[in-house]
Design a protein around this ligand. Structure first.
Ligand code: ZN
Length: 319
């Protein structure tokens, strides 16, 4: 009989033998950031642009509503770091058959969000998707981590054949010259968005807040994070997925306490009401969601829990 003590002893012996041989180098790095799944007749691929560390967690979350201790305790209880918020960037490619659509384009090569971002082109390549084949890039909103990835470091097109769709409210606000007078960090966000959008302005169509992007992908008004923020409802053969964008920016904090303000919400009260409405709909309809900033690959469901909600990640599927 193999006892626990014997097994532990054998393990120690094996470790000892390994240590006596050549030391293996620490490899670093990570697997390529793409995750593919079917939604009815559509082939969907979540494409990682990397991850952003938001710090400090408070008052970025919680603002004047929560205390720092409450935010710290919510993170500690979820086994997460309490000094920063690792925040993922999950773009979505949907191949509907007739159209190849990208929903949000990541941060791009600018270092504004740290060294862990700007991976979209490499992730697309690893997934076998040519940026030149993308027909439409539709944006939930104009923030840097969603729109700046349409240009490379030299300012050239990443998606040379795509037309772009963004709500008029977001195009107007984030490219307005007058808004260069806003305080930081808004000024930097406006300047960077002008830099990528204005040279391509003729290719930007105005996305009505409930408009169809292509058959099977429809915008849904979810204002608050920005004035024109939309989510995308994707539907094929009765299967549905809601790409929420930035309705909820953290899988734990924003779901447990949808009333807690998020520092980058343009209108915190409207954003909080939208957050509760969308999460409530997802829970009631048992709707699969994609959280743009949720832990990779960001797919799961929303259940009611306590005074808020909880995110239940979908299991990884193969083929
Ligand atoms: Zn975002």
């Amino acid at each position: 009989m193999l006892t626990r003590r014997m097994a532990l002893g054998a393990g120690v012996a094996l470790l000892g033998a390994g240590a006596a041989q050549a030391a293996a180098p620490m490899r670093g790095g990570q697997v390529a950031g793409w995750y593919r799944f079917r939604l009815g007749a559509f082939e969907c691929t979540v494409i990682s642009d990397g991850a952003i560390n938001l710090a400090p967690p408070y008052p970025t979350f919680g603002g004047s509503v929560a205390t720092e201790a409450e935010v710290t305790e919510a993170l500690r209880a979820a086994f997460l770091p309490t000094d920063r918020l690792p925040t993922f960037v999950n773009c979505l490619v949907v191949n509907t058959g007739p159209s190849l659509v990208l929903l949000d384009a990541g941060v791009g090569p600018k270092p504004a969000f740290g060294p862990g971002t700007g991976r979209l082109p490499a992730s697309l390549a690893a997934a076998g998707i040519s940026p030149a084949d993308v027909d439409v890039v539709a944006f939930t909103h104009a923030h840097a981590d969603h729109s700046w990835g349409i240009a490379d470091a030299a300012g050239a097109d990443v998606f040379p054949n795509a037309r772009f769709l963004m709500t008029g409210a977001d195009i107007d606000f984030w490219t307005a010259e007058a808004n260069l007078a806003l305080p930081e960090p808004l000024r930097t966000l406006v300047a960077g968005t002008r830099e990528v959008v204005l040279p391509r302005r003729a290719r930007f169509g105005t996305l009505a807040t409930s408009a169809e992007v292509v058959p099977g992908i429809r915008a849904m008004p979810t204002h608050g994070h920005t004035l024109g923020h939309v989510s995308f409802l994707i539907e094929s053969e009765g299967q549905r997925l809601l790409a929420m964008g930035d309705v909820a920016n953290h899988a734990v904090l924003a779901l447990q306490r949808p009333d807690w303000p998020f520092g980058f919400d343009a209108d915190p009260a409207i954003a909080a009401a939208t957050r509760r409405r969308v999460l409530d709909m997802a829970a009631t309809d048992r709707l699969q969601v994609l959280g743009y900033h949720f832990p990779w690959p960001g797919l799961g469901h929303v259940e009611r829990r306590g005074q808020g909600f909880a995110f239940v990640a979908s299991p990884w599927t193969w083929g």
